[in-house]
Ligand binder design. Structure first.
Ligand SMILES: [Mg+2]
Length: 170
């Protein structure tokens, strides 16, 4: 179970601050797009997305997009941002993060992953031995059966996270 449990679980990506990342020695972030930064149907970054990304860049934290979505989606989202961006990336496989690490010229231990899916994003981070794996609540979920099933499987993982965090606070 430990493998699946994220280091942090937040309501939104905006709770991830440069200070938090720096406390883990993180110099770069591998970012999921869909349901982490924007819902599936929003093709371009929101103003909030841009402000948050700029806040990272200003303190020297690099960002790369690693998405399992298709080329057009990823390229359109990244058009104005110009970050290293990878589509059809095959998360949670190790190869998904490899190219992003190379593009950012960072070691795995200096890199965090942020995404909304345990078995895709958190596991990708674990497979690549990234320094930090951060789970965020999905912005707006797809409601099909496959997605509902995946969310159901995530529940015990999130419960474990909450139990552990509670213990730490006590
Ligand atoms: Mg996602």
């Amino acid at each position: 179970m430990g493998f699946f449990v994220p280091d942090y679980y937040f309501d939104t990506v905006y709770e991830v601050t440069p200070e938090l990342l720096k406390s883990h020695g993180v110099k770069g972030i591998i970012l999921d797009i869909d349901n982490t930064l924007v819902p599936y149907e929003i093709p371009e970054p929101t103003e909030e997305n841009v402000a948050w990304l700029k806040g990272m860049w200003e303190v020297g934290i690099k960002t790369a997009f690693v998405s399992n979505n298709h080329k057009e989606r990823v390229e359109l989202y990244n058009r104005e941002l110009g970050c290293p961006a990878f589509y059809d990336s095959g998360k949670p496989l190790k190869k998904a993060c490899k190219r992003a690490l190379e593009a950012m010229e960072l070691a795995a231990s200096e890199t965090a992953i942020i995404g909304d899916q345990v078995f895709t994003d958190v596991v990708a981070g674990r497979n690549s031995r990234l320094g930090c794996a951060i789970l965020v609540k999905p912005i707006k979920d797809k409601t099909n059966l496959f997605f509902r099933f995946k969310r159901l499987l995530e529940k015990p993982v999130i419960a474990t996270y909450k139990r552990r965090t509670k213990k730490k606070e006590e």
